[in-house]
Design a binder for this molecule. Sequence first.
Ligand code: PMP
Length: 411
Amino acid sequence: MAKLESTIDVQEIRKDFPILSQKVHGKNLIYFDNAATTQKPQSVIEAISNYYKTENANIHRGIHSLAEKATHDYEETRKSVKAFLNAKHAEEIIFTRGVTEAINLVANSYGRAFVNEGDEIVISTMEHHSNIVPWQMLCEQRNAKLKVIPINDKGEIIFEEYLKLLSPKVKLVSVVHVSNALGTINPVKEIIEAAHKFNIPVMLDGAQASSHFDIDVQALDCEFYAFSAHKLYGPTGIGALYGKKELLDKMPPYQGGGEMIKDVSFEKTTYNELPYKFEAGTPNIADTVALKAAFEYIEKIGKTNMAAHEDALLKYATEQLLTIDGLRIIGTAEHKVSIASFVIEGVHHQDLAIILDREGIAVRTGHHCTQPLMSRFGILGTTRASFAFYNTFEEIDVFIKALHKAVGMLR
Ligand code: PMP
């Protein structure tokens, strides 16, 4: 296949990411671990350092100028998240450390309020451990049952099987929007519509989806949506949970402490309103402020342009990967993002990763925090190359050459 013409100037874009010009083991860094975390543009790095240089203060309670500035910027990011997800109200956006904390929040708070003995929670086979373990913990506490939607050999949800799991006993469906291990884009709109026929709320794990296409929580009509900034060219340690206001209002606080209260006495505490009810303690202010810079950067490049380049990289990489003897792609769904997961007969992924690293190539190997999914495919793990809009076709050529060499050494 020809290397498709790109709508973006990748060489220009790469200059925005200081880390990409690094050498690793004397070789140009080739960063193909974007599904684990993305690199950060200069504007995000500067936003973090500017915050500490010019406005660091604790938010919401202070009257002084710095506190007001910090509070203003923190709340401005909440408005950007509202716009990013197309939420109806800013108070439907709760800042969390990321997707993991968002799911734990819902499992603990929604779970405590709405899940009882004999109830069921539905997830899928391709969930990240973050969207399995909190539900298992909840089910154990409440004597509820975890039900799992099976997938086919391509790594797609078997929709008829999903429909069979739906019943009034199900109190929540929580599925991944895009699989981190396979790249599968799930038919979430249809999943939500089917669940709503039984009045079942739906949570979407948007860790991988949010960087690849526009998210519109009102159009999806999901009850909860979570993303992590670090997978979106933003800082680590910050992310958000979107929840429908009517539901969040009915849910008890997840953690107790400062900020989430209205009044405290030793006899009784009354809770703050949304979203503060769910934001106990001093939050991650600097990284929240810098998240806005990440949104602005994404907006500047344009998600459609980013996705078009990433799709072209995936097509090219897939075709090239299949030239390697004994290589099998794990995750061949019809609708995929730029994630190529594979196994090679007679080659252990860990050995492969070590050799690739010597060539300056960063890929992920192992179970990708999806052990039940690996078991479904009868494997222990894969090698995963995940591409971002700053990656190039030339990097894929170097990668494929290194793979051929590594396979020759390891077989
Ligand atoms: N779900 C998916 C699909 C992911 O890819 C990840 C990150 N690997 C998570 C959840 C957890 O995200 P975080 O570690 O940012 O909380």
